[in-house]
Design a binder for this molecule. Structure first.
Ligand code: HEC
Length: 107
């Protein structure tokens, strides 16, 4: 059978009483950031950024809600980001990245 209706899949996940979709998003977000950003930024809960001016991702939430990055991630990356190749993520990837960032923020 091809294509389980999305609403059915969601109901099944909710019935399971946990949020595996969110966990999968978080993992995917981490992978994307590690691949594309990890050469300069500290991606995880610890460690220093490789580029000394690049903020560790776990500290971004101290300056603004990480949701504010959605637009920048989806539409091509912000100016004022020196030496950085341009990144553009599709909506699913943006969601995964935001989910991951939320999961690691230090307050
Ligand atoms: C080549 C190194 C490099 C790469 C790769 C890189 N960054 Fe950065 N990033 C920096 C530096 C350096 C800064 C600090 C720039 C500044 O403060 O002007 C920065 C700043 C930022 C900021 C803070 C901007 C602000 O004003 O608050 C965010 C968010 C960010 N980067 C996200 C990302 C994401 C997401 C990726 C991967 C898709 C990425 N960066 C990849 C070097 C990099």
């Amino acid at each position: 059978m091809n294509g389980v209706p999305a609403s059915f899949a969601v109901a099944a996940l909710l019935t399971a009483g946990m949020q595996p979709a969110a966990a999968a998003d978080i993992k995917r977000g981490q992978e994307l950031l590690t691949r594309d950003c990890g050469s300069c930024h500290a991606v995880g809960r610890g460690g220093d950024s490789a580029a000394k001016d690049a903020p560790a991702f776990r500290t971004l939430g101290q300056r603004y809600p990480v949701e504010n990055l959605e637009e920048a991630l989806g539409e091509g990356f912000m100016s004022g980001h020196p030496d950085m190749p341009e990144f553009k993520f599709d909506a699913d990837d943006v969601g995964a990245i935001i989910a991951y960032l939320k999961s690691i923020q230090q307050r």
